[in-house]
Ligand binder design. Structure first.
Ligand code: NAG
Ligand code: NAG
Ligand code: NAG
Ligand code: NAG
Ligand code: NAG
Ligand code: NAG
Length: 571
């Protein structure tokens, strides 16, 4: 459990901190114990709540927590629980909260001149006790979670998954895979021949797909009546095209199930798919705004809720020849610099032998989001934003086939987060209704591990200044689009405002509330419903303003369906 939560928090940190490349590095981040303190507190907080629910000791509560996990996480969790049991028994009296216990165990501490960080309410008696400890012990280094028994191996395992964002299983090196996770088919259309590099989704058909499928859209063979291939007859005039997103955790659809953090809802079932979810970096691209291809959330109905809709799904409905032609090149924590320096190279298109693509460049927050107390010094500047976005456009110019489109999206206005969530109860406070999102934001900021200190902040001035910078960066992107309007011969370049504001407006007009579209655990991302509504909004705008990006409706869709069924499916 601890490992799991640890990772979850690391990913939250990863949302903004692209300098750190491994769990080991992440675990050094923050102050006052940083992520190590947060993990200790959340895990012990849940264990303590379970112990109340089941009338048992906190160590038994921790064991119970471990038992929810599948292997190998359960084994590691138990090893850790055994290791820490004596400490818990020694330190966790009935007057303690998870915060005080984690301070006593040195996962958390208080730097000179710093506030004492706590997420659960602190009674004055406990506060005094901690201040006494603080005053009478030399400054402590704090325990690093990745150094502890049981956890060490898991940190290594996770580092491996999270350090690379290219398909791990890809025999022919075309960047398409037959494996689901590890940047496989959850992220890009399934390869229909992993032994031939020229065969992959989005390829222009080789030899008319007479004998076999070369673009993985499931359409191939000869029509004996006409003597032409089906690919030519059904797709030849249809102007097929793919869709791709170069983005951050919003585009990757980062989602931590509420059921993992709500002590009254913890269950075996909620953790059943944990290995799969970790191998997808805690992202759910198969349900995301741009690249969702699943029909519904049924497979994950206990931990993912809401409708599914996407730009890809609509591109497919418009033209079934586009089947499987999607690429989700989104990485948690991505910002303009990490995109230009590394992530963009994971996007692959053969400029001569592939079909055009509609590309969304959607880095909607991390350029203004970080966890540092001097947050403004760590934000991207206008000049840097221009430089990095142009660098990515220059890369796209080398790889996008003629007829492509690139949509540059402005930044979101994260001020909505605080306004809509601050007084609501966070899942970690479910048992006693004693932790609000304000508390949660303050806590993360105290530890300097917030994914976005600027917006997730109780100080309105800081939130406003963050929004101001975001608007300046959006303006910079707009200017890049204006000045480069005729620089690229293979694609048309467009600027679009971030669709989130439009989605929220429409949602509220229908009587909804902002928080209903936000992820309950991180209080930062759009949830499944928000993802689906965003897809609809983007599509509506494309139809209205850029219909030539979508291509014509293929009159042969019904015929394709009747002849080729699900066209080989997706996974
Ligand atoms: C909790 O357990 C203790 C002993 O383990 C028992 O004495 C007590 O009655 C139990 N309380 C409830 C509410 O079941
Ligand atoms: C594009 O595809 C052709 C045919 O498969 C291949 O010869 C060429 O090397 C590819 N170009 C790149 C840049 O991969
Ligand atoms: C979605 O539903 C259609 C029609 O029932 C089916 O053909 C297709 O395979 C389903 N797709 C997925 C990803 O389950
Ligand atoms: C970005 O800045 C670097 C360093 O100053 C420079 O070498 C590069 O040419 C710039 N790139 C663009 C696209 O402006
Ligand atoms: C926690 O779970 C309970 C039971 O399902 C639910 O009623 C409650 O709203 C949840 N709390 C939060 C804050 O999500
Ligand atoms: C809010 O932040 C601003 C800018 O950092 C600072 O000047 C001000 O004192 C803060 N206000 C409060 C109430 O902390």
């Amino acid at each position: 459990m601890r490992v799991l939560l640890f990772v979850c928090f690391l990913i939250l940190i990863n949302l903004i901190t692209t300098s750190a490349r491994s769990v080991h590095e992440y675990s050094k981040l923050g102050t006052n114990g940083g992520s190590n303190c947060a993990v200790c507190t959340v895990v012990l907080g849940l264990a303590e709540q379970l112990s109340v629910i089941h009338n048992e000791t906190v160590t038994k509560g921790l064991e119970r927590l471990c038992k929810f996990l599948p292997e190998p996480y359960q084994g590691a969790c138990k090893e850790f629980a055994d290791f820490i049991a004596a400490d818990i028994i020694r330190t966790f009296s009935k007057d303690d909260t998870a915060d005080t216990a984690c301070h006593k165990m040195s996962f958390c501490f208080t730097e000179p001149k710093s506030e004492m960080c706590h997420i659960f309410p602190l009674k004055s008696k406990q506060r005094n006790q901690l201040e006494f400890i603080q005053a009478h012990t030399p400054r402590r280094v704090g325990i690093k979670i990745c150094d502890l028994p049981g956890i060490k191996s898991i940190c290594g395992l996770i580092d491996h998954v999270f350090s690379k964002h290219d398909p791990a299983v890809d025999l022919d090196g075309d960047f398409y895979s037959v494996y689901q996770t590890l940047r496989g088919t959850s992220w890009r259309g399934k390869d229909c021949d992993d032994g031939r590099k020229s065969v992959h989704p989005g390829a222009k058909p080789i030899d008319h797909d007479k004998g076999s499928d070369s673009n993985c859209n499931g359409i191939y063979g000869m029509n004996p009546a006409s003597g032409r291939s089906y690919e030519d007859e059904l797709c030849g005039a249809s102007q097929p095209r793919g869709v791709a997103v170069l983005g951050d955790s919003i585009s990757a659809h980062f989602h931590l199930p509420r059921e993992w953090f709500n002590s009254t809802e913890l269950s075996l079932k909620a953790f059943e798919s944990l290995p799969f979810i970790l191998e997808n970096e805690l992202d759910w691209p198969e349900f995301s705004t741009v690249t969702a291809f699943m029909n519904d959330t049924h497979k994950f109905h206990d931990i993912l809720h809401g409708p599914v809709d996407s730009v890809y799904k609509r591109m497919f409905n418009r033209n079934h020849c586009n089947h499987r032609d999607y690429q989700n090149i989104a990485v948690n924590g991505a910002r303009s610099s990490s995109m230009a320096d590394t992530i963009q190279f994971s996007f692959r298109r053969n400029i001569t032998h592939d079909q055009p693509v509609v590309v969304f460049y959607a880095l909607v927050g991390n350029d203004v989001c970080n966890g540092h107390h001097d947050t403004f010094n760590h934000m991207t500047t206008v000049e840097e934003m221009k430089n990095k976005s142009v660098t990515t456009l220059n890369y796209l110019a080398k790889t996008l086939p003629k007829g492509s489109h690139v949509f540059i999206t402005g930044l979101a206005n994260g001020a909505v987060l605080y306004n809509s969530l601050s007084d609501r109860i966070h899942p970690i406070g479910s048992l006693r209704n004693d932790v609000t999102y304000s508390d949660f934001y303050d806590y993360f900021n105290c530890l300097e591990i917030s994914p976005c200190l600027g917006w997730m902040n109780t100080n309105a001035t800081i939130r406003e200044l963050t929004t101001k910078r975001a608007m300046e960066l959006s303006e910079a992107l707009k200017e890049v689009v204006t000045t480069h309007q005729s620089s690229f011969s293979n694609f048309k370049l467009h600027y679009v405002v971030n669709p989130i504001d439009q989605v929220l407006d429409e949602w509220k007009k229908q009587g909804g509330e902002d928080w209903q579209l936000l992820e309950p655990v991180d209080g930062f991302h759009s949830n499944q419903l928000g993802q689906a509504l965003t897809a609809a909004a983007i599509w509506e705008n494309l139809e209205k303003m850029f219909p030539d990006a979508l291509g014509p409706v293929n009159p042969n869709n019904a015929k394709i369906k009747s002849m080729f069924g699900n066209q080989g499916g997706y996974i």
